[in-house]
Design a protein around this ligand. Structure first.
Ligand code: SF4
Length: 334
């Protein structure tokens, strides 16, 4: 992306305002047009309103465009066209919140402010194994403080870019490549088998359709079990390794293999059963899902935190009805 590695605060600000509420692929052409027509803040400040609004057409949220013009003109009129150089001054600009201020301050001037975007939330919540919802007030505060604690203060621009890129490329929302991850040995989510359950979002927990894909790992004559601890349905109940999504996945052997190898480091296994779709209706949620029974040759590090129980021991544990339906099937006991 052309704004990566950019040191010109004006261009960084331009890219950040364009990318608020806009996908990168869509914002890119707008950014290029703006930089081409208005290479310096003076050019933007002098441009007629109609011309700038025409250029903005299609991006929506026109208040962003109004703020853009207002800010460019006030910086030229009041500060001789010199972009503010401190976080406190930057955050006072119209349309600039803490995230954008931190991005401009660190990328343009290497000031020690952590940028906390969706990628950063995800990396931190997984690495530190934190299940506080990232969209709750308490969660936002905690992750903001944690991000600033972790920040390499002498290298803020590189550090911020690195964590964001790491979240986008390695610690991805779906199917992160844990097996190839340099942080794996210290990552709590990986150690506890919680990678797919983090980060937690309050809004997502309220979604009405949820898909639970259970991997029923069997080792010798035993089964790997975990207890649900997060603030969610079925708290304290037991379950198998779960991969939750908010839409259906069409699984096939290759997808299962990629999931097991890349994410859990499981290479030697035998997929013995793929169940049909199970369903359960809760008051506000429809749960659907599937069970994959996997015979393991050994217990991988990614599942080291799971309890390994014999079948008779399972009968003493409380499971959600969704799982009980499955357990009651005769062929599971074989
Ligand atoms: S091990 Fe997996 S979850 Fe942990 S930081 Fe690496 S990619 Fe993310």
């Amino acid at each position: 992306m052309p704004w990566k590695g950019q040191k010109d605060a004006y261009k960084i600000w331009l890219s950040e305002i364009i990318l608020q509420q806009t996908r990168v692929q869509q914002g890119l052409s707008y950014y290029n047009k703006f930089v081409h027509l208005y290479p310096q803040i003076f050019d933007l400040a002098q441009a007629p309103d109609d011309e700038v609004f025409k250029l903005w057409e299609g991006l929506g949220y026109y208040s962003r465009c109004k703020n853009l013009l207002h800010t460019a003109r006030s910086i030229v009129a009041e500060n001789g066209g010199i972009f503010p150089k401190t976080y406190d001054e930057i955050i006072k600009l119209k349309g600039v919140g803490p995230y954008t201020a931190a991005a401009i301050a660190s990328f343009a001037y290497d000031l020690p402010f952590a940028v906390v975007d969706g990628n950063v939330y995800r990396v931190l919540s997984r690495f530190f194994g934190i299940d506080l919802p990232i969209d709750s007030n308490a969660g936002k505060k905690l992750f903001f403080e944690l991000a600033n604690e972790c920040l390499d203060k002498k290298n803020a621009a590189h550090y911020n870019q690195a964590v964001m890129d790491f979240g986008a490329v390695v610690c991805k929302p779906q199917l992160p490549t844990c097996q190839a991850c340099v942080l794996r040995k210290k990552c709590l989510a990986f150690k506890k088998g919680l990678v797919n359950q983090l980060p937690v979002k309050e809004k997502q927990l309220l979604k009405s359709n949820r898909w639970f894909y259970y991997f029923v790992f069997r080792y010798e004559d035993k089964v790997l079990i975990n207890q649900r601890t997060g603030k969610d349905i079925w708290r304290q109940l037991y379950e198998f390794y779960v991969y939750e999504t908010f839409s259906e996945i069409q699984w096939n052997d290759k997808k299962v293999d990629t999931f097991l190898s890349e994410q859990l480091g499981i290479f030697n296994y035998n997929l013995t059963t793929t169940s049909s779709i199970y369903k359960q209706k809760l008051t506000h949620q429809n749960i659907s899902g599937q069970f994959f029974e996997i015979k393991l040759e050994e217990i991988p590090q990614s599942l080291a935190n799971f309890s390994i129980l014999s079948l008779p021991e399972l009968s003493g544990l409380a499971f959600p009805r969704f799982i009980n339906q499955y357990l009651e099937k005769a062929d599971f006991q074989d």
